[in-house]
Design a protein. Structure first.
Length: 300
């Protein structure tokens, strides 16, 4: 299920495990106000995480962020604005080849007040034979005055445990990262890196995901697997048409498994990208860029 009116996000992802339907997303289809994390799978664009210029007081309890560009300060929500806007449905299709939903969003006076570029975004969801593909395309307006720059991510959040009534203590995570990008107390990158790999599967309850663990150093397409021995594993893989130079975060692990949720957060970017001018895709006027995310359901 996709929610066009709520940022074109994936709002529900269900699968059949040992004869029972399992909802995999945290707070799926639930859009009631909440004091905690809203869950589901927000699309993060044109920035991931927080953006704070040097002279701005960091308030970790606020979603208000900002960045400076060409002598002007722009206000922008945490992780960008497209997750808060309604998108247009371009097409839906269901046949023997699977199910497809395509949505689009274009710039407006509202977006240009936060991000002074003309753009068009497309996201296409394709579900077929146990694999969900999310294709994201960003197209820079032909009349933009210079290169359009952005980071992108998906804050997809899974319920813990994956299979209802199993034990969260048995859930394991593995991913062939080689480094973690370190952050300060304001969750902004320090520029330091530390060797960090989860090539050997680790129980999620033994790890600290708040603040997030920002992983990089992948060879080839980055992937991550969550395994519930009660009968299901999820493998998340993503591929970008091109990558920004280092430093670059490709999975940003965040959540509280003991409280019922964990977000692997596939990303192409870096925290505070719009101020640091790092971790950014740069698109000349009229050019396009694509990013694919695959979620494979592996029944055990």
């Amino acid at each position: 299920m996709v929610a066009p009116g709520f940022g074109a996000e994936l709002a529900s992802l269900r699968c059949l495990v040992r004869g029972q339907w399992q909802e995999l997303l945290y707070r799926a289809r639930d859009y009631r106000a909440t004091a905690g994390w809203r869950g589901k799978a927000p699309i993060l664009w044109p920035a991931i995480a927080r953006n704070f210029p040097k002279d701005m007081k960091v308030d970790l309890n606020s979603e208000d962020c900002a960045y400076d560009l060409r002598g002007r300060s722009y206000s922008i929500p945490i992780s960008g604005f497209v997750r808060n806007l309604p998108w247009n449905v371009v097409r839906t299709q269901a046949d023997e080849d699977g199910t497809v939903v395509e949505l689009t969003l274009a710039d407006s006076a509202e977006t240009r007040a936060q991000y002074p570029f003309s753009f068009r975004l497309q996201v296409t969801y394709r579900l077929r034979e146990g694999r969900l593909e999310l294709l994201h395309r960003a197209i820079a307006g032909a009349n933009n005055d210079g290169e359009m720059f952005f980071s992108i991510g998906n804050h997809i959040t899974f319920r813990m445990p994956l299979v209802a009534e199993s034990d969260v203590k048995t859930i394991q995570l593995e991913t062939p990262s080689t480094i973690a990008h370190l952050k300060d107390d304001a969750t902004l990158p320090t520029g330091e890196r530390r060797a960090r790999s989860f090539r050997a599967a680790s129980p999620v309850v033994d790890l600290q995901f708040v603040p997030a663990i920002s992983l990089g150093g992948y060879t080839g397409d980055p992937w991550l697997r969550l395994t519930d021995p009660a009968g299901l594993a999820l493998r998340i893989t993503h591929h970008a048409e091109s990558l920004p130079p280092e430093p670059l975060v490709q999975f940003n692990l965040w959540g509280r498994p003991g409280d019922g949720y964990l977000s692997p957060e596939p990303v192409v970017g870096l925290q505070n990208p719009l101020n640091l001018r790092q971790g950014l895709i740069e698109l000349p006027p009229g050019k396009a860029w694509a990013w694919r995310v695959w979620i494979d359901l592996e029944r055990r």
